[in-house]
Design a protein around this ligand. Structure first.
Ligand SMILES: [Zn+2]
Length: 266
């Protein structure tokens, strides 16, 4: 005989098992009914027993709920040893809860202590990030990306690089980075150049141009003013861009100027 066949229950065994199961279910229902009946009987008498008895019942109920929540079987009888065990379990649960609360309190403590140290370095990161601000300036060419940076040393510059280079094709459009007034001029070093004077007196110099679209007068931010070339002291088409503050102190690094105006040209 095969082992599987030996393990398979007969029809008679199955019927027996089914009967056992339904009997067990009936027993369970009967127990539940008994418990309900006991509760119905017990509840009216609670009023007579007074507040202390009511409190005791409540505590017992809480202990049961704790035990059930913890997956333990609640005590069925009112016997003293089991009551003591339930009480101990409840106390243990309360102690564990207390420890959890204490450790949560401990965890908060260092954070609270760290607050004053954070304060001088600026507001904590919990504050909402500021809404994106519309850049005060726009790109002088359509394409992001920089070539030579400000201050770079090079053989074809008298001293150091006085602007930043945008490596774009000859003929690319050049735009006014802000509202202002345009003037144009020729310089043997810068070639054809457009100078945009902004309302605060800051000048933006566009150099090595191929030609102009606007030779003179007021322009609006984003207007096409000229075209990229390689005029003057230049080895190939690109836009050389300078920022010169109103105080006449000379060229400053255009990159932080762009960044401070909310635009990253890189
Ligand atoms: Zn340059």
């Amino acid at each position: 005989m095969a082992p599987e066949a030996a393990a398979r229950p007969t029809r008679a065994e199955l019927r027996l098992a089914a009967r056992e199961q339904s009997r067990a279910q009936r027993r369970g229902a009967a127990r539940a009914a008994t418990r309900t009946a006991l509760l119905r009987v017990a509840l009216p008498s609670v009023a007579a027993l007074g507040v202390a008895a009511a409190a005791a019942v409540t505590v017992q109920g809480d202990a049961d709920r704790h035990a059930q929540a913890a997956g333990r079987v609640p005590p069925r009888s009112a016997g003293a040893p089991e009551d003591a065990a339930a009480g101990a379990a409840a106390r243990q649960t309360a102690a564990v809860d207390g420890q959890a609360q204490a450790s949560r309190g401990d965890a908060r403590q260092p954070l609270a202590g760290a607050q004053p140290a954070d304060a001088p370095t600026g507001q904590p990161t919990a504050e909402p990030a500021p809404a994106p601000v519309r850049p005060a300036v726009v790109m002088p060419v359509a394409q992001h990306g920089l070539g030579e940076l400000f201050g770079a040393a090079g053989t074809h510059w008298a001293k150091r690089h006085t602007g930043i280079d945008f490596p774009v094709d000859g003929g690319s459009q050049v735009m006014a980075v802000a509202d202002g007034t345009i003037r144009t001029q020729w310089n043997p070093f810068y070639g054809y150049m457009s100078i945009l004077k902004m309302p605060d007196g800051t000048e933006a110099w566009y150099c090595h141009l191929r030609g102009y679209k606007i030779r003179k007068g007021p322009v609006k931010q984003g207007d096409v003013i000229a075209f990229v070339g390689s005029s003057g002291n230049s080895t190939g088409p690109h836009l050389h861009f300078e920022i010169r503050p109103a105080d006449g102190s000379g060229p400053v690094d255009p990159l932080p100027w762009f960044l401070s105006n909310g635009l990253d040209p890189r």
